[in-house]
Write a protein that binds this ligand. Structure first.
Ligand SMILES: Cc1cc2nc3c(=O)[nH]c(=O)nc-3n(C[C@H](O)[C@H](O)[C@H](O)COP(=O)(O)O)c2cc1C
Length: 396
């Protein structure tokens, strides 16, 4: 009886995924040339599936490159120097979409300037029990408590190695590092990450800001962060190749000003050098939410309700660091105007995730076109000239 029920449940899941994939594929093929086809046709269907199923489906579609590749050529005014690499635009996909580096080529097809995979943990782990992802549709938001489900270093590292051997590989790829839930050596987990991915990544991210692993965000404290950043710097110095791989630190949007001041004092210490900051991860606050039924779900909130909070933090960080460290701005970006706000507040680059769930992959091109238009209307030669141009406006 139990086996029959399990079998039925598995068949049902398979049916949903297969039907979903077929409709997704047919929709993408049939409407290839229509503007915002995904927003109008495919995305409403995909949103009828449970959130995690549609996430898996989207990763699968990217993995097999089912989304039509964008034939858009990025305007010259979006070309940017990204930690020493030239990228044709400053818009990236944030960590958490392609956790296991399966979908990089498909994401590149969508027109992203850079791709961040992960978070990856040293050992494979399954994360928190399901359900663990919730769509707050009216709020254009998501709450997730995945809890670092990861294929682990070995598997993800092999995928990246294989990818780099391909002749058509041309993406800029960052690897976001996490730690195992039950690790006895939290700092050691990040050191392992530097050794594993330093040689195969264009940048590394130290993620101590996800709210779904107990004690993780405490590693942003002054003493803990100093030890952590000293250790990852020492590990980087021991790399046999790619010894200058940029290391970025991803921050929580729930930090208070005094905590932020501590963090800036740590990263100003030479031994704790980092090359950039990612601002920000998801929030545990529940400000600006209308969907009260889901607001009580534990986890990190992303999307529109996070937008202002993360922009404020970008401006604070920009102000405290006097613009000396490049910032990747992330949180609730759903349009060119939102991306421009992050840039004016101090971000040199912008990432998106949640809005993609609601708008579909055409969003990438729309953001780029709008951003480029804004830059030229302002008479600026390049998007870089707008970085931090209005940060005072966003300071609390
Ligand atoms: C479902 C989901 C999973 C995520 N997983 C990760 C993760 O593994 N590591 C990480 O650093 N950030 C993760 N994030 C946070 C995003 O990278 C991003 O910082 C945040 O969602 C804010 O951007 P957005 O409002 O555009 O989604 C996740 C976000 C979502 C929605």
């Amino acid at each position: 009886m139990v086996r029959n029920t399990q079998k039925f449940s598995r068949l049902r899941s398979l049916g949903i995924v297969t039907a979903g994939a077929s409709v997704l594929f047919m929709g993408l093929t049939a409407y290839n040339n229509q503007d915002n086809l995904c927003g109008a046709f495919v995305m409403p269907f995909v949103r009828m599936l449970p959130a995690e199923t549609s996430h898996n489906l989207a990763v699968w579609a990217c993995k097999y490159r089912l989304y039509p590749a964008s034939d858009h050529t990025d305007d010259l005014n979006l070309h940017s120097s990204f930690f020493g690499r030239l990228v044709s635009n400053p818009i990236g996909i944030a960590a958490g979409f392609d956790k296991n580096a399966e979908a990089i080529m498909g994401l590149k097809d969508l027109g992203f300037g850079f791709i961040e995979v992960g978070s990856v943990t040293p050992l494979a782990q399954s994360g928190n029990p399901k359900p663990r992802v919730f769509r707050l549709v009216d709020d254009r938001a998501i709450i997730n408590r995945y809890g670092f489900n990861s294929d682990g270093h070995q598997v993800v590292m092999q995928r990246l190695k294989d990818l780099r051997k391909r002749e058509d590989f041309n993406a800029v790829v960052g690897v976001n590092l996490g730690r195992n839930r039950d690790t006895m050596t939290p700092i050691g987990d990040y050191v392992k990450g530097v050794f594993a991915f330093g040689p195969v990544a264009d940048y590394l991210v130290i993620n101590v800001s996800s709210p779904n692993t107990k004690g993780l965000r405490d590693m942003q404290g002054k003493k803990e962060l100093t030890e952590l950043l000293e250790a990852v710097n020492a590990a980087r110095a021991k790399l046999k190749t790619n010894q200058n791989v940029p290391i970025l630190l991803k921050l929580s949007p729930d930090l208070e000003l005094r905590e932020l001041i501590d963090i800036v004092s740590v990263i100003n210490n030479k031994k704790c050098r980092i090359d950039g900051l990612i601002v920000s991860n998801t929030t545990i606050s529940r400000d600006n939410i209308s969907d009260v039924s889901l607001a009580n779900e534990t986890g990190g909130l992303s999307g529109e309700p996070l937008r202002e909070r993360s922009t404020r933090l970008i401006a604070q960080v920009y102000s405290l660091t006097k613009g000396s460290i490049p910032i990747i701005g992330v949180g609730g970006v759903a349009s060119g105007a939102d991306a421009f706000e992050k840039i004016e507040a101090g971000a040199s680059f912008v990432q998106i995730y949640t809005a993609l769930v609601y708008e579909g992959p055409d969003l990438v091109e729309r953001i780029k076109c709008d951003l480029s238009l804004r830059i030229s209307e302002l008479g600026l030669p390049n998007v870089g000239n707008a970085v931090g141009s209005n940060y005072l406006k966003y300071l609390p």
